[in-house]
Write a protein that binds this ligand. Structure first.
Ligand code: GLU
Length: 444
C-alpha cells in the first residue's frame, strides 16, 4: 500500500465515527500525493503524515451554566491544538449544536495549511462547543461564555494558542470571553482575535474573511483572463463571511443575486441589499423572512436552493458540505465560471471533483477564506507592538496576502504538473512549509 493510502486507513481506524475529519484528511492526502510520493521513504521513516494527522493535544471539558429560568444547562467544550510547527495554535471557536470532535478536528486540520498559506507565523487549532447561541438572551450567552472561558483560559495564551470567532461566535461572544480571561488571569494580552475596537481589536477584521474571498477571486480570475466587473454571483449564508463578501463583490461591480440562512433563502434580481441584510442579521438577529419587507421585489423560499439560480460565480459561505454533487451538476448546467469557498469545506468531495472535471475554476477554502485568519495574525502583531493600524493599512495588507496566495497556489500546482488545480496547489503549498518546519524540528 502506498504511504498515503496507509496513513488514510490508519486515520479512519483511529478516529472512528468522525466523517468530516476523514473527509478533510482524504481531500488533503489525495492532492498532496505527488509531493509525498517524491519523498515517500524519508517521510515514512519519520512518520511525518501520522504526526501531521494526530493533533498535538485535544481538550474536552464540561461547561455548566444557568439559563434565564434558573435551570442548569450542561454543554461540552472543545479545543484541538493541532499543529504548532510554524507558530502558536491559531483558529476560531464554533458554537453550534452540531459541534463534536469530528467537526473541530476537520476544521483544525484545515487550519494548519490555511494558516501556512497566509505566510504568517501561525500554527493550526480550533475549538468550540455544542452550545447554540440562537434564541438565547444576552445574559445566557454571557453566562455560557464565562463558564467556557473558566476552563479554557488555562490552555491558551498570546504566545501559545489564540482563539477567535467562527460560526456562532462573533463580536459579542469574543467580548464576553475576553472579559472573563482578563478577570481570571489579570492579563491584558492579545489572547483572542476579533476583539472590539475599543479593547485591542483590529480595523478590517470584521470584514476580512468576506473581503479576502473577493480579493482572492478577483486575482484568480485575473490570471485566468477574466474580469469580475459586470458578472453575477450566487452566495449562500447570511453571516459574517457572506455579508462582507456580498459587500465587496458589489463594490467591484458584481451583482449578487442570493443569500441564505438555516431555514430559507432569498433571490433578489436587483442585487442583495447589504444594508438591509446587516440590519436583519447583525442588529435584529432575525430570519431572512424579514428581507421582503425591505425589498418587495425579492423572493423568499423555504429550504435550500441558491445553487439553482444561474450566475457566473458561486460563493458558498454558510457551512460544511452545503454544496453537493447535484448542486454541482446544476451549477455546471447553468454555465458557472468559478466556485470559490468562503465557508470551510462547503463543497463535498464528489462535487469538487465534478466541478474540476467540467472546467469550473475552483478556489478552495484553505486559500480563498484565509483572509480572516490572516487579519487575525495582523491583529496579533498590532497587539504585540501596542499600536493600531488604519483601516486602509490593514485592508492593503489583506489584499496583498490574498494576491500572494493566488500566485503561490498557482505556482505549486504547476510545479507538480497540476496546472489549474488550485485545490492541489493550496494543499501542496500549505503542506510544504509545515513539512519543512516539522522535518527541521526533530521528532516532536
Ligand atoms: N474561523 C476563521 C477561520 O476559519 C478565523 C480563525 C481566526 O481568525 O483565528 O479561519
Amino acid at each position: 500500500m502506498s504511504y498515503v493510502d496507509d496513513v488514510y486507513a490508519k486515520v479512519v481506524a483511529k478516529n472512528p465515527a468522525e466523517p468530516e475529519f476523514h473527509q478533510a484528511v482524504k481531500e488533503f492526502l489525495e492532492t498532496v500525493r505527488p509531493v509525498i510520493d517524491k519523498h515517500e521513504e524519508e517521510y515514512r521513516k519519520v512518520a511525518l503524515l501520522e504526526r501531521l494527522t494526530e493533533p498535538e493535544r485535544q481538550i474536552r471539558f464540561r461547561v455548566p451554566w444557568v439559563d434565564d429560568k434558573g435551570q442548569v444547562q450542561v454543554n461540552t467544550g472543545y479545543r484541538v491544538q493541532f499543529n504548532s510547527a510554524i507558530g502558536p495554535y491559531k483558529g476560531g471557536l464554533r458554537f453550534h449544536p452540531s459541534v463534536y470532535f469530528g467537526i473541530i478536528k476537520f476544521l483544525g486540520f484545515e487550519q494548519i495549511f490555511k494558516n501556512s498559506l497566509t505566510g504568517l507565523p501561525i500554527g493550526g487549532g480550533k475549538g468550540g462547543s455544542d452550545f447554540d447561541p440562537k434564541g438565547k438572551s444576552d445574559r445566557e450567552v454571557m453566562a455560557f461564555c464565562q463558564s467556557f472561558m473558566t476552563e479554557l483560559y488555562r490552555h491558551i495564551g498570546k504566545d501559545t494558542d489564540v482563539p477567535a470567532g467562527d460560526i456562532g461566535v462573533g463580536g459579542r461572544e469574543i467580548g464576553f470571553l475576553y472579559g472573563q480571561y482578563k478577570r481570571i488571569t489579570g492579563l491584558y494580552e492579545g489572547v483572542l482575535t476579533g476583539k472590539g475596537l475599543s479593547y485591542g481589536g483590529s480595523l478590517a477584521r470584521t470584514e476580512a474573511t468576506g473581503y479576502g474571498l473577493i480579493y482572492f477571486t478577483q486575482e484568480l480570475m485575473k490570471i485566468n483572463g477574466i474580469d469580475v466587473a459586470g458578472k453575477t454571483a450566487v452566495v449562500s449564508g447570511a453571516g459574517n463571511v457572506a455579508i462582507y463578501a456580498i459587500q465587496k463583490a458589489q463594490e467591484l461591480g458584481m451583482k449578487v443575486l442570493t443569500c441564505s440562512d438555516s431555514t430559507g433563502w432569498v433571490y433578489d434580481p436587483d442585487g442583495i441589499d447589504v444594508k438591509a441584510l446587516k440590519e436583519i442579521k447583525e442588529v435584529n438577529r432575525a430570519r431572512l423572512t424579514e428581507y421582503k419587507k425591505y425589498r418587495p421585489n425579492s423572493e423568499y423560499h423555504e429550504g435550500r436552493g441558491v445553487w439553482t439560480i444561474k450566475a457566473d460565480f458561486a460563493f458558498p459561505c454558510a457551512t460544511q458540505n452545503e454544496l453537493n454533487l447535484d448542486d454541482a451538476k446544476t451549477l455546471v448546467a447553468n454555465g458557472v465560471t468559478a466556485v470559490c469557498e468562503g465557508a470551510n469545506m462547503p463543497t463535498t468531495l464528489d462535487a469538487t471533483n465534478y466541478l474540476k472535471e467540467h472546467g469550473v475554476i475552483f478556489g478552495p477554502a484553505k486559500a480563498a477564506n484565509a483572509g480572516g485568519v490572516a487579519t487575525s495574525a495582523l491583529e496579533m502583531s498590532q497587539n504585540s507592538e501596542r499600536l493600531s493600524w488604519t483601516f486602509e493599512e490593514v485592508d492593503a495588507k489583506l489584499k496583498q496576502i490574498m494576491i500572494n496566495i493566488v500566485h503561490n497556489i498557482d505556482a505549486a500546482a504547476k510545479e507538480y504538473g497540476k496546472a489549474g488545480d488550485y485545490a492541489a496547489g493550496a494543499n501542496i503549498a500549505g503542506f510544504k512549509k509545515v513539512a519543512d518546519a516539522m522535518m527541521s524540528q526533530g521528532i516532536v
